[in-house]
Design a protein around this ligand. Sequence first.
Ligand code: FAD
Length: 393
Amino acid sequence: MPDYDVSEPLDTDYFAVFANLPEADRLAWERARSLSAEALPQMNDYWDRADYPLHLVKRMGEKNLLADGINVPGLEQMSPMAAGLINMEISRIDGSLGTVIAVQGGLALRSIAYFGSDEQKDRWMGPLARGEEYGAFALTEPDHGSDSVGLTTTAHLDGDEWVLNGEKKWIGNGSIGGVTVVWARADDGGVRGFLVEQDTPGYEAKTITGKASLRAIFQASITLNNVRIPASNVLPGSHTFKDTSKVLVATRLGVAWSALGHATAVYEAALNYANQRIQFGKPLAKFQLVQERLTQMLAELTSMQLMCVQAATLDTEGKLRPTQASMAKYNNTRKARALASTARDMLGGNGILLENHVVRHLLDIESIHTYEGTESVQTLLIGRDITGQSAFA
Ligand SMILES: Cc1cc2nc3c(=O)[nH]c(=O)nc-3n(C[C@H](O)[C@H](O)[C@H](O)COP(=O)(O)OP(=O)(O)OC[C@H]3O[C@@H](n4cnc5c(N)ncnc54)[C@H](O)[C@@H]3O)c2cc1C
């Protein structure tokens, strides 16, 4: 048993931003919260061993936590607010589980929902949303990260088959025997999405090891060596890189909510710890400097909550602009990083112990800060919007 219990949820909501949630959104949040008792006690061990708790992906599917707001036939539809709250709550438990939603629902399922044929939707959407199949989204390449628009993976139509060649890197769920949405340049130069089942000959995936972040989910380096798939495996609605971007923009807000989950976890750990840890004969919470740090953290956390809730409201009204989602991601991952660093310090030496959870969030937020467009890339998108000048290249 750990010496301190810092993981008790405190329902931090200083400005009552969640006070008037519609009942359906609150129930979705509770569904996510109900995973905590089961998942949280397991996560440090999986993280420590760098192992992927696939049984929890299934549990998330059973609880309808994977769809990320996509309307999946047979499953209860969720609002952008509900999808955000689920992202927040699952990331409050653990960043690797939060990333499962981003990859499986946000990217793979969303690509099929946006651009798939009716047959493809029938085949994949339900199983992916229920966690019965695993989904991956392969855009990034070893030499094309932020400039993924320059991707060099090719897809050549040969009779009634596409032949794929190239390399991908950092692909979540890319090595666990599911389906991968591979983004490749077709014969006409257009970027299209292709459904590749991971046991297809020529698809070789190696789980990336040595990660110091998101250790409880697998990412893969993938080689596509003359991978042959039926002509019908192209996503018929995908034609250009702009289509790929539509998926990325839609998931960016989810990442902002995830960062809010990480920030909530570390703030509440710091507050719990400050009340429990005695130094100089009294709880840390009685010291003015500690109160000042908690106040600063709470102010930042509250601003993150407000931004997420307003963005979800705009999204529900169909008014969310892509650069507003960029700003939410930019703001929240920066702030979550800072809060995690402060919280780690406030727990002293105990802050580096996995049993107190903060260091796991501290390291996991590093990946969330990078994926779905780095801080610098979001800055360039916002900068272009406010100045009218592109500073990308
Ligand atoms: C844990 C994890 C999971 C991921 N999951 C997936 C996944 O499932 N599928 C997928 O396709 N990809 C995935 N990614 C890839 C992710 O989207 C990329 O890592 C990200 O886009 C950044 O690319 P990069 O790592 O190659 O960095 P680079 O693009 O090489 O950037 C390095 C640095 O240079 C900066 N930079 C780049 N261009 C500019 C510029 N024009 N001006 C100023 N600064 C610039 C960046 O901001 C960054 O700080 C994942 C990554 C990680 C770490």
